[in-house]
Design a protein around this ligand. Structure first.
Ligand SMILES: Nc1ncnc2c1ncn2[C@@H]1O[C@H](COP(=O)(O)OP(=O)(O)O)[C@@H](O)[C@H]1O
Ligand SMILES: Cc1ncc(COP(=O)(O)O)c(N)n1
Length: 259
């Protein structure tokens, strides 16, 4: 049995964060584990509160996981402050975590800040360089590269700028930009596009969380990064297409019911 760890925030409404990650892992037939960085009070309409677990307690959770059930891959999502970022980076180094997928979560689909502004330097300087692949969406990529992204050419330039600062790969997700939902993978100078079939739906709560967890699950199963991204794209397209229209805002994805 392959083991996958998510380090992320909890979404009590079950569509994003830890809950989306564990559902995705279950659907991939891997054993899912979770280190919770923060509780959020949120639903499909918005985020109404955040309670940080704090760096010390995140570190304790990581000790428990790594000293007992060593993960084959790790997905990192919402980490709201620099103290927790430093603890996570330190523990990953201490234990030699591998196959690290980082989704640099900054703002929710509903437009609420999930990372404090003071955490940006630690995210860029300490955490992102540890990723085998980082998966910013368009607004996050804009923050990381410093210019606005309005076209596929802009996506390519942004990936080159962001990728030149880290050893790992960059997957810029096109969900916020193109008619087609194409994503771009940049690996040490090489560009590869992953074509997406755009699903006409408002129910996109948890797409980024789901994609990064699907990539991590596929890496744990032994697929190459490119194959893991291709398989994750197929998974997210199906989970969007078979959406259930739950809740009054941007609803969650379908991870398996009646599929
Ligand atoms: N309407 C859609 N139809 C098909 N794929 C989508 C759609 N919206 C987003 N995606 C895909 O979902 C994944 C998450 O992308 P995105 O929504 O950009 O990230 P985030 O959830 O972090 O904002 C990407 O692979 C993107 O191409
Ligand atoms: C705890 C938590 N983590 C991440 C997201 C981002 O969700 P999305 O995948 O829709 O960008 C969220 N809304 N809540």
């Amino acid at each position: 049995m392959k083991k996958v760890l998510t380090i992320a925030g909890s979404d009590c409404s079950g569509g994003a964060g830890i809950q989306a990650d564990l559902k995705t892992m279950m659907a991939h037939g891997v054993y899912g584990m979770s280190v919770i960085t923060a509780l959020t009070a949120q639903n499909t309409t918005g985020v109404y509160g955040v309670l940080d677990a704090g760096g010390d307690f995140v570190g304790k959770q990581m000790d428990c996981v790594f000293t007992d059930i060593f993960p084959d891959s790790i997905k990192i999502g919402m980490v709201s402050n620099s103290d927790t970022i430093k603890v996570i980076a330190g523990k990953l180094k201490e234990y030699g975590g591998r196959n690290i997928v980082i989704d640099p979560v900054m703002v929710s689909t509903s437009g609420c800040a999930l990372m404090s502004p003071e955490a940006m330097d630690a995210l860029i300087g300490i955490l992102l360089p540890m990723g085998d692949v980082i998966t910013p969406n368009i607004p996050e990529a804009q923050k990381l590269c410093g210019f606005s992204i309005k076209s596929r050419d802009d996506m390519t330039r942004a990936a080159q700028v962001i990728g030149s600062n880290i050893a790992g790969s960059v997957l810029i997700k096109g969900g916020h930009l193109t008619e087609t939902a194409d994503d771009l993978l940049y690996t040490q100078g090489e560009i590869r596009w992953f074509k997406g079939e755009r699903v006409a739906t408002e129910n996109t709560h948890g797409t980024g969380c789901t994609l990064s967890s699907a990539i991590a699950s596929n890496l744990a199963l032994g697929y190459s990064l490119a194959d893991s991204v291709a398989r994750a794209k197929d998974y997210i397209t199906g989970a969007l297409r078979d959406g259930m229209n739950i809740g009054q805002g941007n609803g969650p994805l379908n991870h398996g019911w009646n599929r």
